[in-house]
Design a protein around this ligand. Structure first.
Ligand SMILES: Cc1ncc(COP(=O)(O)O)c(C=O)c1O
Length: 408
């Protein structure tokens, strides 16, 4: 794949004379020129409140917004655009499912199962619902190679399981979770499955019909679109039965003094003024991904992440927290270096122009399970290349020297 950095203006900058080596796309991706220009065009030519005006600008804003929904529908292969609900992001989408579906379908002594690797936004909503409804919250735990085995999944999904919420790929370990197997097992006992695709949507084909996911969620900003826009996919028959989550303008049919009837899907779940700019950016981001081809993206990133895995291993002083099975490796690797706190390490890497994340990555239960406080995390996207990994490796060697370890 050609070097795509030039399509991302922010990567053309330098700080202290050093080029930006951006290895934090799991937190948020950078934005290609096409997306930035689409936002600019929106405010110059189209901006108006959608769904509300009879005048041309408002109709144009409505059309752009609804075309964006069609684009998302095709991108994830949903059956109908009624199954595509726009949210602020993954977090809001997961809360919507927990409070609307969970509150009305889960009962005392039902079991909810989630992974120990879940991001807090796919953990706390289930914890809260479990407490409110008297459900039991169970966890899939990891094998020594940081994977969920079939044995573990078979053990945790029981006849009492009513809901399973699982990340498609871990934002800390980078491992791809066996979501197909989990969905198959959950459906066999009549449980519904929520897939958090925040860390897979920009990296591999996500086909909701093929997966047979009941719900699937993701954020635009992790797939080249702006912040503040996300998607909740849900099977139509489930969404039809669920009550609204946010009440207010635009999501109603008739409002009386004491009663209200609600609009049809998808608008029933989209209360208040919507993020048209975000949807336009998301739509453009999907065009960007399609122009490269999601399979090409996956292949390219796999090459880079495998290279990173090998290079970190070769250093000999880096502890890696991810699977050794490269087929199950997504676009993220967490690591630590003995004797250097991850925050110090990230700051030293920054002094060499290398941007990585340090901390608990919104996964405190996982950190406790692994008996650590934090890690450094590198993550890759379309614009990264092997030189970026080489820059990281040489910055890691520099950090070791700075702390007086070894001669490397
Ligand atoms: C796996 C996963 N789930 C959920 C989220 C939350 O996404 P957002 O902050 O965009 O709502 C993230 C963000 O890092 C994530 O990586």
């Amino acid at each position: 794949m050609n070097n795509l950095k030039e399509l991302f203006p922010i990567l053309d900058q330098s700080f202290n004379g050093l080029p930006v080596v951006y290895l934090d796309s799991a937190a948020t991706t950078q934005k290609p020129t096409s997306v930035i220009e689409a936002l600019n065009k929106y405010y110059r030519e189209i901006n108006a409140n959608p769904h509300r005006g009879a005048y041309t600008l408002s109709v144009m804003a409505t059309d752009s917004f609804e075309q964006g929904r069609e684009k998302v529908k095709d991108f994830i292969n949903a059956k109908s655009s009624k199954e595509v609900i726009f949210t602020k992001g993954t977090t809001e989408a997961l809360n919507l499912i927990a409070y609307s579906y969970g509150n009305f379908n889960l009962n005392k002594d039902d079991e909810i199962v989630i992974g120990i690797t879940e991001h807090h936004s796919n953990l706390i909503p289930w914890q809260q619902i479990a407490k409110a409804k008297g459900c039991k919250l169970n966890y899939f735990y990891l094998s020594p190679d940081y994977e969920y085995t079939q044995e573990e999944i078979d053990k945790k999904i029981t006849s009492k399981t009513k809901l399973v919420a699982i990340g498609h790929a871990s934002n800390v370990l980078g491992t791809l979770n066996p979501v197909e197997y989990i969905i198959h097992k959950a459906h066999a006992v009549g449980a519904k499955v929520v897939v958090d695709a925040a860390q897979s949507i920009a990296h591999r084909k996500v086909d909701v019909q093929k997966l047979d996911a009941d719900f699937l969620v993701f954020s635009g900003h992790k797939m080249f679109a702006p912040m503040g826009i996300g998607v909740l996919y849900g099977k139509q028959e489930l969404l039809e039965e669920m009550p609204p989550f946010l009440y207010g303008g635009d999501m109603v049919e008739y409002v009386y003094e004491q009663e209200t009837t609600f609009d049809e899907l998808p608008h029933k779940f989209e209360g208040g003024t919507q993020n048209v700019e975000g949807v336009i950016g998301l739509s453009e981001a999907i065009d960007f991904i399609n122009s490269i081809g999601i399979d090409n993206i996956m292949k390219h990133e796999h090459e880079i992440i495998s290279y990173a895995y090998d290079k970190l291993n070769e250093l000999g002083f880096v502890k890696i927290y991810t699977t050794s099975n490269k087929d199950l490796l997504g676009s993220v690797i967490s690591f630590t270096i003995d004797g250097i706190h991850p925050h110090d390490l990230a700051t030293i890497l920054d002094s060499k122009g290398v941007c990585v994340r340090a901390g608990n990555h919104c996964a405190q239960p996982l950190m406790r399970y692994l008996n650590i406080n934090s890690t450094c995390r590198l993550s890759v996207s379309v614009y990264n290349n092997k030189e970026d990994i080489d820059a990281l490796v040489s910055a890691l060697e520099y950090a070791r020297r700075l702390f007086g370890y070894g001669s490397k």
